[in-house]
Design a protein around this ligand. Sequence first.
Ligand code: 13P
Length: 250
Amino acid sequence: MADRTPLIAGNWKMNLEEWQAVELAGSIADGFKGTGVDVVLCPPFPWLVPVAAVLQGTPVALGAQDCSTETAGAYTGQVSPAMLNALCSYVIVGHSERRRDCCESNELVGQKANAALAAGLTPIACVGEALDIRDAGQAISWVEEQVDAIASAVGAEGVARIVIAYEPIWAIGTGRSATPDDAEDVVAAIRARVSATNATAGAQLRILYGGSANAENAAAYLATANIDGLLVGGASLKADSFLEIVSAAI
Ligand code: 13P
């Protein structure tokens, strides 16, 4: 890995009661020494405030799971990046579950990444192919198109400040993780794609893998040349498994 600090992010999705979220954040903050790796927890929106209180003064960062493209106004149900910036330092955009359930396009995901950056947040922009695309041998070109949309929306200066998460849809929540070699192939292609227009940004860009990552397989991903961290779903809901993944990144 070049000079890139590893990043382990927990995406709690639409899980946990408030007390469980508070307890989990507290256990993770207690177990993390705070050096060698960046750690971010992404709870559901209503738990951002209580979890922020738990994480205050600890090295564990807070992230949201989505944001609006807009700053303020008549956008019922949306939350602006500026509002999130009062609590969070990261925000996930373009998760495949939002692309699927909320019809989010490549263009919209790029706009969200750009809005997040403009508000001072670090977007974790997700890309990844479905199984039929992989089986057709088109995983890399599919993901390159998603990356191009994000890169063009955030611009040459912005692309060095975002995080990209490669999450093959067929590996999410299925227990069928991508092999480290397959994940590394796509992640290397993402870095090459960004480097082709901006070599510095390509070298600085942190790229995560996500999809059934867990305490057992984390080290193998993190040992590759281009995977800089993990975006963890299910295994981030238990402090011990998440902290084991964090330890694998140090
Ligand atoms: P799982 O780790 O549960 O497969 O989820 C991955 C994911 O979608 C993280 O954003």
